[in-house]
Each structure stands twice: as C-alpha cells, then as structure tokens.
Design a protein around this ligand. Structure first.
Ligand code: TA6
Length: 298
C-alpha cells in the first residue's frame, strides 16, 4: 500500500503529503504555532519545531530512510515489545510497527491553530506470523505550542494479549554533558549498562556521564530536561504510562550504531514514555489502551 492509495488528508497551506528523504511518503504540517513532519514509515515524527524555537527533536545525520527500516531519531513508535524480544532473538528490536507503513486517516486544524493528524496501522499475516494477535493502532499527533502524541492500541482479536509500548523520543540538546533530568527521584529502574540490575534513583537530578540506559518502572511522573546550552527546559508529561526510559549511547555505543554518527551523542538524550517490563499492559479482547506523551518547552 503506497501513500497514493491512502486517504487524502490535505489541508491547503497546513497539511500536505509529499515525498521526503529516500523518497518516503511524509506528512508535512505547517501551522502558525509550529511545524512538523511525520513519515508514514513507522508513523515516525521526525521534526517538531515550535514557531520561534529551535527544533525539539534530534535526528541523526546517519539515519536511513528506507521503507521497512527504522529511522534514527525523532519519535520511534514501539509496539508490541520493547528492546530485544525475550526468547525470540530472531525478532527485530523494539517490535513490529516502527518499520511498517502506516496510513494517514485524518487531519484537522483545531480552534487554537494546532493541527491534529491521525495515522493507523493494523495487524496482518506478516505480523501474525511473528506475534499471533490482532491489533489496530491509531497514532494521534497534535502539533501546536506543544507536541501531543497518543498511541491507541485496540485489541481487535478474540483473546486478551499483553504488550509493551514506547514513544521512544529523541530530544535535541546542546551538550548532554551539561543536561540534567528531574522527575524520577526515588523511582526503581533496571540498569541496562550494569547487567539489568534493579536499582533505585536517588534524589539528585540525573546527569549523563557515560553510556546511560535505564528503564524506570512504576513511575507516572512528568520529567524535565534542563538544557542550559539552549537556555531551555523540555517538559515531558505523560498519561497511562508507568515506565520511563532514559538513554544516551555515549562514545562506544555511538560508534557501534551504523545509523548514528560517532560524534552525535552529545546532541541528544532520549526520555521515553513507555509501558515496559513489569509495566507491560494486559488488554482484553475488544478493549483499547491510550498512552499519551506531551512535550513542551519552558
Ligand atoms: O531505549 C533505549 C534502547 O532500548 C537502547 O538499549 C538502545 O538499543 C536504543 O533503545 C536504540 O535501539 P534501536 O533498536 O533503535 O537501535
């Protein structure tokens, strides 16, 4: 299915569908409040820039833009498992839908000038062969003074299923060595750079002094990324998410990632809104779950 066959969601001067990098179909949003772009490959938000501000999202210069391959940066949409799939080394990391072509379903401009774009993807024979459940996802992106993203998971099958999910957001910072993250004081986390040991965050702000890869659990708090280099704070609010991941690859991991520049690690930090590990979601047949991440500058 190509974008040409999908629904026309054009709003003249505000929303258009065109071909982006690698010739991949993309939704371009231009509004008085902010600009954004969303690739149909993975329903991947690759740009969000409020009017008069620096871009909020990091994109790797080394990212591939190939149908069916993950894009590096922006907001990868992760479902139905997070990271490597336990017991299935053959499965792709971070689930199935970030490399599927989603379909644009609707676009509308809201009274305040913000623009809401909805994209959808559903299970098929290919996904069922890897994960034997039926699902229908909607990703509702609202581009305005804040970036609001809702991942709706509908269990369209006849059996309950358990899933993990994430909005794996890459934030642009001036220099991660001068950044701090607050909002996770006292939260338990799995430290993926220390044998997945279960630890507890102290009261001090999180600072990045090496490869950092932590899955915080049982936390529904708002996080604040303080970036003195760009003289801004990025507020990351969430709803119906009980896990938060903080990640920076630092030097060695950056070199090991083929689609990430060796010298890009100071320019980004991931603060990811998730339901992962013991916070995975049980969803009965016919039910829906809506996880929200809202990003704004302060
Ligand atoms: O969310 C952090 C993480 O799980 C890291 O372990 C690292 O693998 C990162 O995601 C990127 O994963 P990717 O599959 O996109 O290379």
């Amino acid at each position: 299915m190509t974008a040409q066959n999908s629904k026309d969601i054009t709003i003249p001067g505000v929303v258009k569908l065109d071909k982006g990098q690698g010739g991949l179909p993309r939704v371009l949003v231009t509004s008085p409040l902010a600009d954004a772009e969303i690739y149909l490959n993975g329903a991947h938000v690759t740009r969000y820039q409020p009017r008069g501000a620096q871009p909020v999202l990091f994109m790797s210069a080394g990212s591939q833009f190939t149908a069916g391959k993950p894009i590096r940066g922006g907001v990868p949409v992760i479902f139905p498992w997070f990271g490597p799939r336990e017991g299935h080394p053959e499965s792709p990391a971070h689930g199935l839908v970030r490399t599927m072509e989603w379909q644009p379903a609707s676009a509308r401009q809201l009274p305040d000038g913000a623009v809401e774009v909805t994209l959808t993807v559903t299970s098929n024979d290919g996904t069922r062969a890897q994960w034997p459940h039926d699902f229908s996802l909607r990703f509702i992106v609202t581009v305005g003074k804040q970036l609001d993203m809702v991942l709706e998971v509908q269990n369209s099958g006849k059996e309950p299923f358990r899933f993990e999910e994430a909005l794996h957001t890459y934030f642009a910072v001036k220099d991660v060595r001068n950044v701090s993250v607050t909002g996770l004081a006292g939260a338990e986390y799995f430290d993926k750079v220390d044998g997945f040991k279960r630890k507890r965050q102290g009261d001090e702000p999180i600072r990045i002094t090496g490869e950092t890869d932590r899955v915080y659990i049982n936390t529904s708090t708002t996080c604040v990324i303080d970036d003195p280099g760009l003289s801004r704070k990025i507020i990351v609010e969430k709803e119906r998410s009980d896990s938060t991941v903080v990640w920076n690859p630092w030097i060695a991991k950056s070199k090991a990632l083929p689609d990430f520049g060796d010298d890009e690690w100071p320019d980004m930090i991931c603060v990811e809104t998730c339901n992962a590990v013991e916070n995975a979601v049980n969803l009965r047949a016919g039910a829906a779950h809506r996880m929200r991440q809202t990003v704004r500058l302060d």
